[in-house]
Design a protein around this ligand. Structure first.
Ligand code: CAA
Length: 277
């Protein structure tokens, strides 16, 4: 994914990306919001959206102004209703495989983002939409949202990482049920099985997600990046290898100014002031 489908506009003092299918915003506390903006298609992911999403993520990950990233969908009906079925309907097998690899790559970038990424699930999170949410580090959903992997109903399988991530989050029993039935599940059920971290009324979704994001903004950024990295590596290897990685990372963190600041602030009974180094 090297080329951006977005138009590049030169502002007076900054490079501004003019998205076709996204809305992006960074607030004063360092919370970036990336909104997938195709409400007429329930924010379905076509190739252009995937490319822009990747570009926006890279931009937010690299920006000194951003501490936490929220991904959501435009409108009040849908987070993302899946990969764009219209775009996929006439793909050749080779094109379909490439499409799956592209989606997997974008979502792998989300999962390995050094800054916390929160999925704010404001409606349907289906197929590629749920796969996107599962690549995020934390999921907050509104009551009434519907989640599922409907691909087998189309005689397909989840292709953007869903067969792998769902079982790692909820276990193989629930994952097999969700994938094989292709059913849509209420957000309350997704919360019960641990797929959704926080479940809130629809009119409190934004506030609850921002509150969570603001909490993360107060934590040591290098420590959060390190913790996310340890968790990801631990998922790929075994317990012993994971604990070795953890011990190494724990030691390396003692080279950071922030770790000294965090411990001294506690001992001096004051709030820490982290610099991100
Ligand atoms: N792709 C393309 N268009 C989609 C879409 C999708 N995944 N989901 C919804 N849309 C479009 C509809 O075609 C419709 O467009 P028109 O107005 O032009 O007809 C518009 O969005 C509104 O949708 P509905 O009229 O269907 O709305 P509804 O409220 O009646 O139903 C829904 C909502 C249950 C979510 C239904 O739209 C639906 O079932 N969508 C498809 C969900 C799905 O199967 N997702 C998995 C896709 S495959 C995938 O993701 C593979 C992968 O892992 C890579």
């Amino acid at each position: 994914m090297n080329d951006s489908s977005s138009d590049v506009v030169l502002d007076d003092d900054a490079l501004v990306l003019d998205w076709q299918h996204l809305l992006t915003d960074v607030d004063e506390s360092g919370i970036a919001t990336i909104t997938i903006n195709r409400p007429k298609a329930l924010n379905a992911l076509n190739s252009e959206v995937l490319e822009e999403l990747n570009d926006a993520l890279v931009e937010a990950a690299m920006s000194d102004d951003v501490k936490v990233i929220i991904i959501t969908g435009a409108g009040d009906k849908s987070f993302v209703a899946g990969a764009d079925i219209g775009e996929m309907a006439d793909m050749t097998p080779v094109e379909a495989r490439d499409h799956a690899l592209t989606g997997q790559g974008v979502f792998a970038n989300i999962e390995s983002c050094p800054k916390p990424v929160i999925a704010m699930i404001n409606g349907f999170a289906l197929g590629g939409g749920l796969e996107l949410a599962m690549a995020c580090h934390i999921r907050v959903a509104c009551e009434g949202a519907k989640l599922g992997l409907p691909e087998t109903g189309l005689a397909l399988i989840p292709g953007f990482g869903g067969t792998q991530r769902l079982m790692r989050i909820v276990g193989t029993g629930v994952a097999r049920e969700w994938i094989l039935t292709a059913d849509m599940f209420d957000a309350s059920e997704a919360h019960r099985v641990g797929l959704v971290n926080r479940l809130v009324p629809a009119d409190e979704l934004l506030e609850a997600t921002m509150k969570l994001a603001k909490t993360l903004c107060k934590r040591g950024p290098v420590a959060m990046e390190t913790a996310l990295d340890c968790i990801r590596r631990g998922l790929e290897g075994g317990q012993t290898q994971g604990e070795n990685t953890e011990a190494d990372a724990f030691g390396i963190l003692f080279t950071s100014e922030d770790s000294r600041e965090g411990m001294h602030a506690f001992l001096e009974k004051r709030k820490p002031a982290y610099k991100g180094c």
